[in-house]
Ligand binder design. Structure first.
Ligand SMILES: Cc1ncc(COP(=O)(O)O)c(C=O)c1O
Length: 442
């Protein structure tokens, strides 16, 4: 049986993907590598067990050990974040946000979140195409002229629309979030405040970003980004949350199960417990500090090489490069060419996007992954040198203004770039550096 399994081409593909990850430099700010301990737990026997319900209150027998694991994970997180209640069962960040919305809103109630085009997440009330935008009345706030959250606009919109839930959280925003200001506004209108810290959890733990715990009623985080755990999520209810609504923890638990989910992924629960223990180590603090140092080094090198940055800098792990000086909608070409050259990032819209979400004018990059691999400031400078060469090499590859011609152009562009000698030369240089760093190091 074992032999047969090894012959399955899926194993060869996993090896191939591992090699890709090792040989390339990943700059996607929402990605990270987890430790061997976290990953080994994920393939353990724990995934064999059904455990609908919560510790000591299950709908299946045989959960004595699973109960111990889930309780241990909860306790570690409660201690790490200083919160009285945590639910680790959400399958991922999007279901976790849906559970929170289900818990505190009725259909048609008002939810306020940062617009997707300003760096918010789909689950924060993006209209029409999402659960949060279709089942609730969604009001979206935006940025000021300096690309920072416009807190006065947040307040004015809150006073006008009286939302029941305000979400403070971002997926493409390079600055510190002012949770105290958000709390002031939420309290003024009697709204629940949810801090979605999915991107910045690792920085919060390391003391590199202010914690939302003293201010927000609810805190949600994915567990696979800067937290460096398995794919999953946690919902924390804070002391101020319980003060506002003593039934809040119960509402959250019921929303996760039975309202939206079935059995928890027990292997993930155990891996979250391992990641929580790793995050309490002094080395994790150093990792958080290095994320900031690496981001600062990237910012400096990018500016020195003439790149324009949204907001002119970064205060967290993420940088948004504004590529409009090279032409509107240039993000697709840059992201593709970089991928061929061995560096993967993601194309992204910029505030007041002049082109379109399909052909955006920005590139979103971040440092968690390279920091986890042990790269430091000198490597950041090298990465920017390669990025500069790539962008310079393709600067004449402009998107046609005639929309009908764009697909044809991109098909031809991608075909040519895949075998482009300059990009493949850079790829070899990138590979040489990347191979010197393990996927995960303390
Ligand atoms: C701020 C924020 N919230 C929620 C999510 C959703 O997480 P998932 O992709 O695990 O559903 C993301 C993912 O990008 C995110 O950035």
């Amino acid at each position: 049986m074992k032999k047969q399994n090894k012959k399955d081409p899926i194993f060869a593909l996993i090896k191939k993907e591992e090699q890709r990850q090792r040989e390339m430099i990943g700059l996607i700010p929402s990605e990270n590598n987890s430790s061997d301990a976290v990953r080994s737990v994920l393939s353990s026997c724990l995934s064999n067990k059904y455990s609908e319900g919560y510790p000591q209150c299950r709908y299946y027998e045989g959960n004595q050990v699973i109960d111990e694991i889930e309780i241990e994970a909860q306790e570690r997180l409660k201690k790490l974040f200083h919160v009285p209640h945590v639910n680790i069962q959400p399958y991922s960040g999007s279901p976790a946000n849906s559970a929170i919305e289900f818990a505190v809103l009725e259909p048609g109630d008002t939810v306020m979140g940062l617009a997707l085009s300003s760096g918010g997440h789909l689950t924060h009330g993006h209209p029409k195409v999402t659960f949060s935008g279709r089942y609730f009345h969604s009001v979206q706030y935006g940025l000021d002229a300096n690309a920072r959250i416009d807190y006065e606009q947040v307040r004015q919109l809150a006073l006008k629309h009286r939302p029941k839930l305000i979400i403070a959280g971002t997926t493409a925003y390079p600055f510190i979030l002012d949770f105290a200001k958000f709390a002031q506004i939420a309290n003024e209108v009697g709204a629940y405040l949810l801090a979605d810290i999915s991107h910045i959890t690792g920085l919060v733990i390391a003391g590199e970003h202010p914690s939302p715990v003293p201010y927000a009623h609810l805190v949600m985080s994915t567990t696979h980004k800067t937290f460096r755990g398995p794919r999953g999520a946690m919902i924390m209810v804070t002391a101020v949350g319980l003060k506002k609504d003593p039934d809040l923890a119960n509402k959250i638990d019921k929303a996760v199960f039975p309202a939206l989910q079935g059995g928890p992924h027990n292997a993930t629960s155990a891996a979250i417990a391992i990641a929580a223990s790793e995050a309490s180590r002094v080395e994790f603090k150093k990792y958080g500090q290095q994320i900031r140092k690496n981001t600062d080094a990237l910012v400096t090198a990018l500016k020195d090489n003439g790149f324009k940055l949204v907001g002119n800098g970064s205060e967290n792990h993420l940088i948004l490069i504004d590529l409009t000086p090279f032409g509107a909608g240039f993000g697709t070409q840059v992201a593709f060419a970089l991928d061929v050259a061995g560096i993967y990032a993601n194309r992204n819209t910029i505030p007041n996007e002049p082109c379109s979400p399909f052909y955006p004018s920005g590139l979103r990059i971040g440092t968690p992954l390279v920091t986890t691999r042990g790269m430091k400031e000198p490597e950041m400078t090298k990465i920017v040198q390669w990025m500069t060469r790539v962008v310079d090499h393709i600067k004449d590859e402009q998107l046609p203004t005639d929309k009908k011609k764009r697909q044809v152009f991109l098909r031809d562009f991608k075909k040519r770039m895949t075998c482009d000698v300059t990009l493949l030369q850079i790829r070899q240089e990138v590979q040489k550096l990347a191979n010197q760093f393990p996927l995960f190091t303390w």
